[in-house]
Ligand binder design. Structure first.
Ligand SMILES: Nc1ncnc2c1ncn2[C@@H]1O[C@H](COP(=O)(O)OP(=O)(O)OP(=O)(O)O)[C@@H](O)[C@H]1O
Length: 224
């Protein structure tokens, strides 16, 4: 199976390269693999995800996602790549002035899908995250767990090739956490979506085979 992500000699840093967070890392991830990334606080887990969605350019080495090298990518190509990524943030990043349904279909709006398609997809996705009755509410009228389920529905809206999730169930109740793990497992199993999840703890209810990377002392290591 082909690699969806490939990193070689990857160095990530802040402050114009002066503050190195990850140094000389190398790893490959294939289509349809589910990967958990753990590591101590401040070790660079979110930094690696940022690099994977092109918000932080590698200082050295190569980082190839979907065949594009993020070390040398044009703004246009990066925007195109992002349409194939589903990103889930710990703090949801919803548009609070928009309804739940409109938040969910944001990727479809950007891609120019018709209003009919958007409406059908909003209903389907909100059913999946068990929020059908909240379609016309605004994010701040929902609980944290419900808001994150909106974030997950939005990330899944365009059947992304890769899902990147940063602590998706960080402070959520068991019900919302289970809905979210279920959806990510289903995407991985049924659609062969590649999923990378930063988490402090791998959920005990997780039922698929997975890979486990640890970030520590600037390195990215796989646990076997
Ligand atoms: N924009 C930035 N500029 C400079 N340093 C940063 C920036 N963002 C993060 N850092 C630093 O990079 C290091 C890694 O941060 P990162 O958020 O990737 O860690 P993490 O492993 O995700 O931590 P946590 O588990 O606590 O969320 C930390 O020392 C952090 O302070």
């Amino acid at each position: 199976m082909s690699n969806v992500i490939n990193a070689s000699h990857l160095t990530l840093a802040y402050d114009d390269g002066k503050k190195e967070i990850i140094k000389n890392a190398g790893f490959s991830i294939k289509k349809g693999e589910f990967v958990f990334i753990t590591g101590p606080s401040g070790s660079g887990k979110s930094t690696l995800l940022k690099a994977l969605y092109g918000a932080l350019k590698p200082t050295e080495g190569n980082l190839i996602v979907g065949g594009l090298d993020l070390a040398n990518i044009s703004t246009g190509k990066l925007q195109e790549l992002r349409t194939h990524l589903g990103i889930i943030f710990q703090d949801y990043k919803l548009v609070n002035e928009w309804t739940v349904a409109k938040n969910v279909v944001l990727p479809l709006m950007i891609a120019g899908y018709s209003v009919d398609v958007q409406n059908t997809q909003a209903q389907r996705l909100l059913k999946h995250v068990k929020l059908s009755e909240h379609a016309d509410k605004f994010p701040l009228e929902l609980s944290g767990g419900e808001q994150q389920r909106v974030g997950v529905a939005r990330a899944l809206a365009k059947n992304p090739v890769v899902i990147l999730a940063d602590e998706p169930t960080g402070n959520l109740d068991d019900y919302s956490s289970n809905v979210i793990w279920d959806l990510m497992e289903n995407a991985c199993q049924q659609l062969e979506t590649t999923v990378l999840v930063v988490t402090h703890k791998i959920p005990t209810i997780f039922s698929l085979p997975y890979r486990h990377f640890i970030i520590e002392s600037k390195g990215v290591y796989e646990v076997h």
